[in-house]
Write a protein that binds this ligand. Structure first.
Ligand code: FAD
Length: 354
């Protein structure tokens, strides 16, 4: 007879993958059901990790805790898959006016941001093909996760260990602790924005937003660091860069296609914002769009269904999955396996109550 699994996970994006990795560390048994959509949020994401909100120069929620945990977590992933996916990568925040310069210095003093931004601004002479009037300031403790490479390799691991079922999960076939022939103790939905179709998921939690970014090729843009103004410019390999990203709360959500459909207006917006800083030649290699699993109160959605004891969720990573999901997946595993409490601000219960 087949053994009952500890967990069935639905979704192999960043959330499902990191959670599965934590369960492996605890020697728990699981299977993942994932259709393998190449346009999920995790596949589209740039993978930038930045503990600051650069518009206001404020630290993001739990910034220090996430930073401290991430280092060791990503090292474990590197050893496990024998490859490096997470790289330290400075962000150069471009500055073009006296007001912006003053703001940089003001925030540095007021917010005690000395661990996150360097005090002096640079005159920008070393920026290649960036318009001459830009100075910049260095943002510290930033990094880049090569998400697509990680997801692909982790998927190979899952496949070669018979831990993955490559199909769309059908809710009507879930019968208590059984899905088709798979029996399990607990099911954990990690479906990102697609959870809006899940009949067990709270209907009022998401404030989904769609993002678009483009990959360009340019010989003249020779930045090894991330540049940030209205758009970010992320070096990915050779002469290729990702330029992004847009935010939109209104799009055609009536069909799944609308969620990843590239919109001409957004492409123009990206080009305009890039042309404000760049003065060289480039060609567009591809343009992609996806939906961020963002939540109304900007906090993750983790925990148990209020009535169905075996149903759980790990979702709501918004625009910061690479930054938050490592520690949150550890905390969620401790909740599942060691009965450690979830903090109320992440607990999905808050949306079942309202
Ligand atoms: C344009 C853009 C840029 C971004 N840039 C960054 C960035 O620079 N840094 C950062 O940290 N974050 C970024 N993000 C956000 C990041 O992508 C998310 O925080 C994170 O990837 C969400 O991961 P997830 O696993 O929760 O969801 P998803 O990535 O959506 O994964 C869900 C998975 O579940 C599967 N699935 C869903 N429903 C079913 C079903 N019924 N049956 C089978 N499988 C199913 C899907 O196929 C998918 O594989 C960006 C997002 C966008 C859109």
């Amino acid at each position: 007879m087949k053994k009952k699994l500890d967990y069935l996970i639905v979704g192999q994006g960043l959330a499902g993958s990191f959670l599965a990795f934590q369960l492996l560390q605890e020697n728990k048994s699981f299977m993942i059901v994932d259709k393998g959509l190449s346009f999920s949020s995790s596949h589209i994401a740039a993978g930038i990790i930045n503990p600051l909100v650069l518009r206001r120069y404020t630290k993001t929620w739990r910034a220090e805790e996430f930073l401290e945990y991430n280092e060791g977590f990503y090292d474990k992933i590197h050893s496990f898959l024998s490859k490096k996916y997470h790289f330290k990568l400075p962000i150069k925040k471009l500055i073009s006016s006296k007001e912006e310069e003053m703001f940089w210095h003001q925030r540095l003093k007021k917010e005690d941001l000395s661990d996150f931004i360097e005090p002096e601004l640079k005159n920008g002479e070393d920026l290649i093909s960036i318009k001459k009037h830009f100075k910049y300031g260095n943002v510290k403790q930033t990094s880049w996760l090569n998400i697509s490479a990680f997801l692909e390799d982790f998927r190979k691991y899952l496949n070669s260990n018979q831990l993955l079922v490559e199909e769309e999960f059908e809710y009507t076939l879930l019968k208590n602790q059984q899905y088709k022939a798979i029996e399990f103790e607990k099911i954990i939905f990690c479906e990102g924005s697609k959870a809006k179709n899940n009949p067990f998921f709270p209907t009022n939690a998401f404030s989904l937003n769609k993002g678009q970014l483009m990959t360009i090729k340019s010989e003249s843009l020779q930045s090894k660091d991330i540049l940030k103004k209205k758009v970010f410019v992320l070096p990915i390999k050779g002469n290729e860069y990702k330029i992004g990203a847009t935010y939109s709360w209104k799009w055609n959500q009536t069909c799944d296609k609308g969620n990843h459909e590239v919109e001409t207006e957004k492409t123009e917006q990206l080009k305009d914002m890039f042309n404000e800083i760049f003065e060289g030649e480039y060609t567009i290699k591809n343009i992609e769009a996806g939906v961020r699993p963002a939540v109304k109160d900007r906090r993750p959605l983790i925990g148990k269904h209020p009535k169905k004891e075996h149903i759980y969720f790990f979702n709501g990573m918004g625009s910061k999955g690479c930054f938050m999901a490592p520690l949150l997946s550890k905390e969620f595993t401790n909740y599942l396996e060691k009965s450690q409490e979830l903090t109320p601000d992440v607990n999905i219960q808050r949306y079942f109550l309202s």
